[in-house]
Every structure is written in structure tokens, then in C-alpha cells.
Design a protein around this ligand. Structure first.
Ligand code: HEM
Length: 482
């Protein structure tokens, strides 16, 4: 991608997602000369617990608006290519990065000085502390090495038939002529795919009673997590490593069903071993020959099921939320899908994940001082990579708020300029599976479903745990399905 600089920013709307296609973000301006001075996003001014909590809540619920406004304010000032803040009740002092050079420094740093901070994320109390997502160091390396082969190359090809079957089922259940939240339809598809990868179920109908109950409880957990009470519970849980309050109550129901599935499979012994991830975990041994405990397996399963389906489903929903508001792009995409134009489909998915990254932020812990363009940051600071801001830099993406898949045609993507799957040794484990699902689900919908385009305002992004999802689930109306 080329860097070009033009006029000052014109993002004159209260919410970033309503910015017109020609608006500039202001992010990516060269700094004036002068000593680098970190720019405060939230100052230490408000030290009263209530003020701190309202800042935390605003950051959780309006992350994009907060960051875009702060980044535009500081753009072009010395040190303005990073934002600093400190939210009491949150992770403590933090720096927000959105410059590819800073991000590369961070992502390629040794894990001993910049480990993942996922164990402090809102997901940690839910998935537990022993999973590939939340562990660090040697344990993370082992967990990742164990699981990686299941999410790469040939293994993903093995899931293809399941992805196609789940997509067919999803289309069959889609009512014509009625508004539907595409996230719901896509979620059923991606949940089926990940459940069969994890639990080896050829079809949901063939699941045992315990497995069906577990699926139901997981769906209930997801539905509850969209409510305002859940957002509040998320803020409350930021202070604790283990779940408390409402979250604890909800999780204990889900956990009971997971442990029931585990004991069912353990009881089946050799006969219970299938070609699935649960079997892999049940037969795994650590360096001393000990099997994984039930809690360790539970944490891993919960991680894979949660990380593995909601993200993908909401990427499908965002893709069509954008397409139905851009009739010209939608027509081009349908033609491309009908002609099996894989390059266009890939560019479309890149553009969709650029403008609406479902995981808008990833975190690392700075255990040593880091130099970001002359500002020394750390130790003991959380570095948050704002994927959302990175993806809207004027210098990398001219007209950053426009939805233009062709910008990615014939372009070799730089991994520090487009990073919907994060980066470094913590890059999304399931990215190849996610891409396979997205190609099939988005491609099939483009080919077989005629969607009504419309001019209603963009859906408001809603922040749920670590994800940014379409506020209404990506509402679309199918005029016909063939
Ligand atoms: C479009 C869909 C998806 C998106 C946008 C996405 C995004 C991400 C991101 C941003 C991270 C954090 C990376 C970092 O810290 O640098 C991550 C981690 C992870 N994702 Fe995904 N993901 C998707 C689908 C999946 C799927 C299908 C799975 C399947 C199991 C999965 C499993 C994981 C796991 C296990 C991790 C933790 C990796 C580690 O810490 O080593 N994700 N994902």
C-alpha cells in the first residue's frame, strides 16, 4: 500500500460508523518537529471510582468513537501516533498503537518482554485461564502446537463438506421476504461447523442428549451476552480473574453441560475416540505423561467454540450489512461469485474485515521499556493494538471510510497494515478455518440469495466482550433464494 497525505480530516459526524465515504480519519499524518509527548486519552483527572467506572463503561461500549476522536485530536502532533490512558477498574496504564511500525515492533518482540494480555481480557473469566487463548509461555506453546495441525491445510479441507452442509441447512431455514438478522443465520452455520470440528458430530441430529444440551446452553450464553446487564457484568468482571456475579451464574450452567459431555466421552473409553479435537485433548499427555484435567479441557473447548464461531458469523453479517448499503459493490460481488472469481471474493472479505474488524483490539503486556517514535513506554503498561484505527489510516487506505474491495485487488497484503486476525505468535489459530467458512458462506449467499439493498443508516457497532458486532445483527431481506 502507498502512503499519501492530503487535506486535514473531515470526520464531522458524532459516530465513526456514520462517516461518509469521502471522509478522512486524520490518522497517519506526519508529526510536526518537536519532542515526542505522549497524548492522554483519559487523564488521571478523574480518580473518583464512579468517574473511573463511567470512563471504563464508555470505553467498553463506545470504543470506536472514543479512539477515533482521540486519534484525530492528536494526529500530527509530536507523539500523537500513540494514545495513552489509564482506566481505573481496567487494566491500568495503557498505550493504544495504530502505526504499522510500532505494531511490527510489538508483534515481533520476544514473548518474555511483550506477552499476550489475553489473561486480563473480558474473555478470560469466561474461557478460563488454562486455554490456548489465555495461557502464556511454555504452556501456550504446547497448547498451540497440539491444536495447530487441526486448523491448517489438509485439516481445513476435511471440514469443507461440513461447512457446505451447514451452509445448506442455514439457507433452508432462511425465511424469504422477511427481515432477518444475518448474524443469527450465520451463527447457526458457524456453530455447527465448530461443534463438528471440536466434538466430531457428523450432524447436530446425531448428537447425544448431553451434547445437545451443551449446544443449547452455549447459545443461551451468547444471547444473554448481548444484553445491557451483560455489558455491566463485563465491566464488573474486569477486576477479577475468576467470574463473579451474574457471569458466574450463567457460566456454571454451561460448564455443567460441558463436564457432562466430558464424562460421557471418558466413559466410552477407546470407543469414544473420534477424529475430533475433543478426542485429541482427551488423549493428549504432558511432558510427564499426565493427561489434561477436566478443567483444562473445558477451558480449551470453551475457547474454541466461542472464539471459533461468533467472530466468523459476525464477519458474514458485517459483509452483507456493508454490501446491501453499497448496491454497486453488491452487483459486482454477485457477478464475481457467479463467475467463481476467487480474487474478487478474497478482496471483498479483506475490505469487509478492514472496515468492520470483528476483533477491533488486541493486547500485549509491556514488561520492558519500548521505544515508539521517540516515546518510551513501559514497563508494566498494556499495549493495545487498535486494529480499527490501523485499518482507517488515511496514509494506508485513501478514503478509509469508503467500501471498496477493489483496493485489495492485485495487492500483496502487509501483515502489519491489515490484521483482522491479529499477529505474531498469537495470530488467530483458526484463521484458515475462518477464511474457508467465509469463502463458502459469503460465496453461496452471493450466488443463491437475492438480497434487497437499501439506504438505511449503517448499523451501529456494538461491543460484546472483545468483539465488535453489528448492532442489529446485520438485518437483511431475501427477495429470493435459489
Ligand atoms: C473471522 C473470524 C475470526 C476473526 C476475525 C478472529 C480474530 C482473532 C484475533 C484478532 C485473535 C487475537 C490475535 C492476537 O492476539 O494477535 C484471535 C485469536 C484466536 N482465535 Fe480467532 N478469529 C476468527 C475465527 C476463529 C476461528 C474459526 C477459530 C477456531 C477455533 C479461532 C480461534 C482462535 C484462537 C484459539 C485464538 C487464540 C490464539 C493464541 O492466543 O495463540 N478464531 N482470533
Amino acid at each position: 500500500m502507498t502512503r499519501t497525505m492530503t487535506a486535514p480530516p473531515t470526520l464531522a459526524v458524532p459516530h465513526w460508523h456514520l462517516a461518509p465515504p469521502g471522509a478522512r480519519s486524520g490518522i497517519g499524518e506526519a508529526a510536526d518537529d518537536g519532542p515526542a509527548a505522549p497524548v492522554a486519552l483519559v487523564s488521571g483527572r478523574r480518580l473518583r471510582p464512579l468517574g473511573a467506572y463511567s470512563d471504563s463503561l464508555r470505553f467498553v461500549t463506545h470504543q470506536g468513537d472514543t479512539l477515533f476522536a482521540a486519534a484525530a485530536r492528536s494526529a500530527g502532533t509530536p507523539g500523537g501516533d500513540a494514545l495513552h490512558f489509564d482506566l481505573a477498574g481496567g487494566p491500568g496504564p495503557a498505550v493504544v498503537l495504530f502505526d504499522p511500525a510500532h505494531i511490527k515492533t510489538l508483534m515481533t518482540a520476544d514473548e518474555s518482554v511483550a506477552p499476550s494480555a489475553t489473561h486480563q481480557s473480558p474473555l478470560a473469566p469466561i474461557v478460563g485461564r488454562q486455554s490456548v487463548l489465555t495461557s502464556i509461555g511454555e504452556r501456550h506453546k504446547q497448547q498451540r502446537a497440539l491444536l495447530l495441525p487441526r486448523f491448517h491445510g489438509r485439516s481445513v479441507a476435511n471440514y469443507q463438506a461440513g461447512i457446505e452442509r451447514a451452509t445448506e441447512d442455514g439457507l433452508a431455514a432462511w425465511p424469504v421476504g422477511k427481515p432477518v438478522a444475518l448474524a443469527d443465520i450465520a451463527q447457526r452455520i458457524t456453530l455447527d461447523v465448530i461443534m463438528s470440528a471440536v466434538f466430531g458430530l457428523p450432524h447436530p441430529d446425531e448428537a447425544s442428549d448431553a451434547e445437545r444440551r451443551m449446544r443449547k446452553e452455549i447459545l443461551r450464553l451468547l444471547r444473554l451476552s448481548t444484553t445491557p446487564v451483560a455489558t455491566l457484568s463485563q465491566v464488573v468482571n474486569m477486576r477479577y480473574e475468576d467470574p463473579v456475579g451474574l457471569l458466574k451464574l450463567i457460566l456454571s450452567r454451561v460448564d455443567r453441560t460441558i463436564y457432562r459431555v466430558l464424562s460421557e466421552r471418558r466413559a466410552q473409553g477407546e470407543a469414544g475416540l473420534r477424529d475430533d479435537i475433543l478426542s485429541l485433548l482427551l488423549s493428549a499427555r504432558d511432558t510427564e505423561g499426565n493427561p489434561l484435567s477436566d478443567t483444562e479441557i473445558r477451558d480449551e473447548l470453551m475457547t474454541l467454540v466461542l472464539a471459533g464461531h461468533e467472530t466468523t458469523a459476525n464477519t458474514v453479517a458485517w459483509t452483507f450489512e456493508r454490501l446491501t448499503r453499497h448496491p454497486g459493490v453488491y452487483r459486482t460481488a454477485r457477478r464475481a461469485a457467479a463467475n467463481d472469481d476467487e480474487a474478487y471474493l478474497e478482496a471483498l472479505l479483506n475490505e469487509s474485515m478492514r472496515v468492520r474488524p470483528v476483533v477491533p483490539i488486541v493486547a500485549r503486556e509491556l514488561l520492558a521499556p519500548f521505544d515508539f517514535s521517540g516515546s518510551t513506554v513501559g514497563p508494566d503498561v498494556i499495549a493495545l493494538v487498535s486494529i480499527l484505527l490501523l485499518h482507517h489510516r488515511d496514509d494506508l487506505y485513501p478514503d478509509p471510510f469508503a467500501f471498496a474491495p477493489e483496493r485489495f485487488l492485485g495487492v500483496r497484503v502487509n501483515p502489519y497494515e491489515l490484521m483482522p486476525f491479529g499477529g505474531g505468535i498469537r495470530r488467530c489459530l483458526g484463521a484458515p478455518l475462518a477464511m474457508a467458512e467465509l469463502r463458502t458462506v459469503v460465496g453461496t449467499i452471493l450466488r443463491r440469495v437475492e438480497l434487497r439493498t437499501h439506504e438505511s443508516p449503517a448499523e451501529k457497532p456494538r461491543h460484546r466482550n472483545v468483539t465488535m458486532i453489528p448492532g442489529r445483527g446485520g438485518v437483511v431481506i431475501a427477495d429470493s433464494i435459489t
